[in-house]
Design a protein around this ligand. Structure first.
Ligand code: UDX
Length: 455
């Protein structure tokens, strides 16, 4: 089957490369000449494990190519995947300008039955809008069907997620389109991946509801962490105890500095806006967003309290990306902390395995270092903001000799407080008692502090 994927950003590239690997004949289209030129040489502009190899392999085998020329790509395709950006507008709703442009082009070049599939996260009603644009532009000469096929890819494991998804969601009212989509995903059906076929609006909502629910789990555990801190309890054990209940499950219960990235913040704001536009309120999602903001602010307070203020301090800052295995810093919870440190007059010695290039234009005054140890040299505290594997097994002996003050503020709970204290570090983490060297007793907090604690 000839497939056209419009938009060679993150979702489009992964979709195109994986569909080519399923044996489809794929052309990726993008307006950006430089990007298409680089991709045509097998150069992938984003960091995603395994993506460059998959792109190069499928290009070499003749199933994947890239172009800026949308018209012939539409004409030759039986299935057109739309994977263009839907950036947030100031009110949090998704900007559908690029989707409208693609739909208009499809209408102009419709030369036979085609299915038009939305892959980007789009608000409910986008499928109907695309259908209307194509019908008005193309008339009734050729038939077409609109399909919602939301992606559930996580950055850093996108290929794995595409090849081994928990489910595939296909939303369409057209039986022929559903059959074509089943055909596209037949390698996954053969591997017993559940395929849900439903209507367009239900499919669109599955994506928002899923991301909203996952974000809810994160904000939930982040509030639990705060209560743990007030009572000297351990959020890691609370999380484990909750997760062993099959009805809850262990995933997405890792307390941390708040969720970031290109999806959760954007999609939760859009979900709240969708409800608002429907004359409703998505109160839980509104609370999830508020908790996330408070959590991020709390991280700044936490670092400030541990350090006793920022002015004149030197901080080793480990991790800038919003999560490991990506160079993506969009809405990374690390950034407001770095900003506060810089604004507060601290010197920041930063290291991230992939995200420093992206960070340099935003924070030109940081001292960017070659590894975690260089970042720690002469510092008053080391802050861990992203759970890169490189930061999980640091040589603590070496670290202690490099720092000025043995203080570690770990916003990802990578170490055990008692073990860190035994290594001579004052260790501050999320939702757990502090590790304090030489058994300096920590004041036991009681309900009075809980009641008057931070909110
Ligand atoms: C997410 C969804 O998982 C994916 O299905 C969707 O298609 C896109 O959005 P992604 O943004 O790549 O994927 O990353 P994810 O691993 O889900 O993490 C999102 C954020 O939540 C990160 O900031 C991460 O640090 C945070 N997180 C995640 C937690 O704080 N705790 C957790 O337990 C899990």
């Amino acid at each position: 089957m000839n497939i056209c994927v419009v938009g060679s950003g993150y979702v489009g590239l992964v979709t195109g490369a994986c569909l080519a690997d399923f044996g489809m004949n794929v052309v990726g289209v993008d307006k950006d000449h430089a990007k298409v030129e680089a991709l045509s040489r097998g150069k992938v502009p984003i960091y995603e494990p395994g993506l460059d190899t998959l792109v190069q392999k499928n290009m070499a085998e003749g199933r994947l190519r890239f172009t800026t020329n949308l018209a012939p790509a539409i004409e030759e395709a039986a299935a057109i995947f739309i994977a263009v950006g839907t950036p947030p507008k100031s009110d949090g709703s998704a900007d559908l300008t690029f989707i409208r442009e693609v739909a208009t082009s499809i209408a102009q070049h419709l030369n036979g039955y085609k299915i038009v599939i939305t892959k980007s996260t789009v608000p409910i009603g986008t499928g109907r809008m695309i259908e209307q644009i194509i019908r008005e532009g193309a008339g009734s000469k050729h038939k077409f069907a609109v399909v919602s096929n939301p992606e559930f890819l996580r950055e850093g494991s996108a290929i794995e997620d595409f090849m081994h998804p928990d489910r595939v969601v296909i939303g369409t009212r057209d039986e022929r389109a559903a059959q074509m989509m089943r055909n596209v995903y037949s390698p996954l059906a053969a591997a017993d991946v559940p395929i849900i076929v439903t209507d367009v609006e239900t499919a669109e909502l599955i994506k928002y509801a899923s991301n909203g629910f996952l974000a809810t789990k994160i904000s939930f555990i982040n509030e639990v962490a705060q209560i743990c801190e007030a009572w000297g309890a351990d959020v890691e054990v609370v999380s484990k105890g909750m997760g062993l209940d099959n009805r809850i499950g262990p995933k997405f219960l890792q307390a941390g500095p708040g969720f970031g990235g290109s999806c959760f913040p954007k999609d939760t704001r859009a979900a709240a806006q969708i409800a608002h536009d429907s004359g409703l309120r998505f109160r839980i999602i509104e609370a999830v967003l508020e908790v996330n903001e408070v959590t991020q602010k709390r991280m700044i307070e936490k670092v400030g309290q541990a350090l006793g203020g920022f002015a004149g301090k030197t901080i080793g800052f480990l991790g800038l990306s919003f999560k490991p295995n990506t160079d993506d810093i969009r809405e990374s919870p690390a950034l407001p902390i770095v900003q506060a440190l810089v604004d507060g007059g601290a010197t920041v010695r930063a290291f991230d395995p992939e995200a420093m290039t992206a960070c340099k234009p935003l924070f030109p005054t940081l001292v960017y270092t070659k590894d975690a140890y260089e970042a720690a040299e002469g510092t008053d505290a080391v802050v861990i903001a992203t759970e890169w594997n490189q930061f999980r097994k640091l040589d603590l002996d070496r670290l202690r000799k490099l720092v000025r003050e043995p203080l570690v503020v770990d916003l990802r709970n990578l170490y055990e407080p008692a073990a860190m204290a035994a290594e001579g570090f004052h260790y501050v983490s999320i939702g757990r008692p502090e590790g304090i060297p030489e058994a300096r007793p920590r004041a036991v907090a009681g309900p009075a502090r809980a009641a008057g604690g931070r909110s």
